[in-house]
Ligand binder design. Structure first.
Ligand SMILES: [Zn+2]
Ligand SMILES: [Zn+2]
Length: 365
């Protein structure tokens, strides 16, 4: 079928909408009519060539939500008409997948960033020229996408599909880091560095689980104000001095947990510095440039540094859970989102780059 999709090519500063051909779903795959797709910083990074070697031309997008239009042979858990949120691709059989930690699938990089299926084929083409896709098992900057059955997570038909795409990556990451990776519980203290989509999802999740102090750190006053509305008990202006010391000052002995959502090396230092004894500093992206953790402080304080991908979540369980919390009004995801028509993808990219929009969501219909 012919579809419209936003293609990332070498010369273009933003993805450009073009007409492509999309294959029918193969065995184990579904065709999804994309209703809306979030944009994540990983899309920006890969578009600008800073990703882990994704080939071009490619269709990016990995926070798609839509409706199943057609199912391939052997698909048993989905039927035409199902509402789905698309999450990452994983093999289903390696030790991480078997333990239900698909974000650490042994094939994570080729499956999500490789630009094709594992057999090297791609579902997209243009006048016979191969267009790479299968980005996070979906390539959702398009009106239609092919996803594997494992990637598509069924959600209730009365849930607001246009809001739910970001549950596939950014929101899953922030909420999962708090609920799964750090297992923050009632009475715990947490500092969140960076209040973008991931950080604010973490703040909302920390309120959900009953953390007693939720300290949001950022340089943007309007984001800190929003963090307060979403559950932060304290906020720190990171431009006003050393935020790690400011967290210690607020709490006396430091916090049990920190979550760093930024790639800034100094913030990695602050996120470790602000921990109490035996605290854990989680991070979701690696530092740009050189960074050395203070090993003696980690040793002498029994402190841990913990990498987190995909919020340590099993999307088939965790996404419907977040939909439930949202439906109850306990996880007000819509506060982070600004909608853009699909045709305005360049503006949405620009607004995210400049920090004007926390979570842009493209509406395909
Ligand atoms: Zn696997
Ligand atoms: Zn993402």
């Amino acid at each position: 079928m012919r579809i419209e999709a936003a293609v990332s090519r070498d010369a273009s500063p933003y993805p450009v909408i073009e007409t492509l051909e999309l294959e029918s779903p193969r065995a184990g795959e579904v065709l999804v009519r994309i209703v809306a797709s979030g944009i994540c910083h990983t899309d920006l990074r890969v578009h600008s060539g800073r990703g882990p070697g994704t080939p071009r031309p490619v269709v990016l997008g990995h926070e798609g939500a839509g409706i199943v239009e057609e199912v391939g042979a052997g698909v048993t858990s989905l039927v035409r008409g199902d509402h789905v949120v698309l999450s990452g691709s994983s093999c289903g059989v390696c030790p991480s997948c078997a333990r239900n930690f698909p974000s650490y699938c042994q094939e994570m990089l080729p499956r999500n960033f490789g630009g094709s299926r594992m057999d090297g084929t791609t579902a997209l083409s243009q006048k016979g020229e191969r267009i790479f896709g299968q980005f996070f098992g979906q390539s959702s900057f398009a009106r239609y996408a092919i996803a594997s059955e494992r990637t598509a997570v069924k959600v209730p038909p009365d849930a607001p599909l246009e809001l739910l795409g970001p549950l596939g990556c950014g929101i899953l990451t922030g909420a999962g880091a708090v609920i799964n990776s750090l297992a923050v519980r009632a009475g715990a203290t947490l500092a969140v560095f960076g209040t973008g989509g991931v950080g604010l999802a973490a703040v909302m999740a920390a309120r959900l689980v009953g953390a007693v102090r939720i300290i949001a750190v950022d340089v943007r006053p309007e984001r800190l104000a929003l963090a307060r509305e979403l559950g932060a008990t304290d906020t720190i202006d990171a431009a006003a001095g050393d935020a790690g010391q400011a967290v210690r000052k607020l709490t006396g002995y430091g916090v049990d947990f920190s979550l760093n959502t930024t790639p800034v090396p100094q913030v990695f230092t602050q996120a470790l510095d602000c921990l109490t004894m035996r605290g854990t500093a989680a991070f979701v992206t690696s530092p740009v440039g050189e960074w050395q953790p203070a090993m003696f402080a980690m040793l002498a304080g029994g402190r841990k540094l913990q990498g987190v991908l995909g919020g340590d979540a099993a999307p088939q369980f965790f996404i419907p859970l977040l939909v439930d919390y949202h439906r109850q009004g306990r996880f007000p995801l819509e506060r982070l989102i600004r909608f853009y028509p699909f045709a305005d993808i360049a503006r949405a990219f620009r607004d995210m780059e400049h920090g004007e929009t926390i979570k842009p969501v493209l509406q395909m219909e």
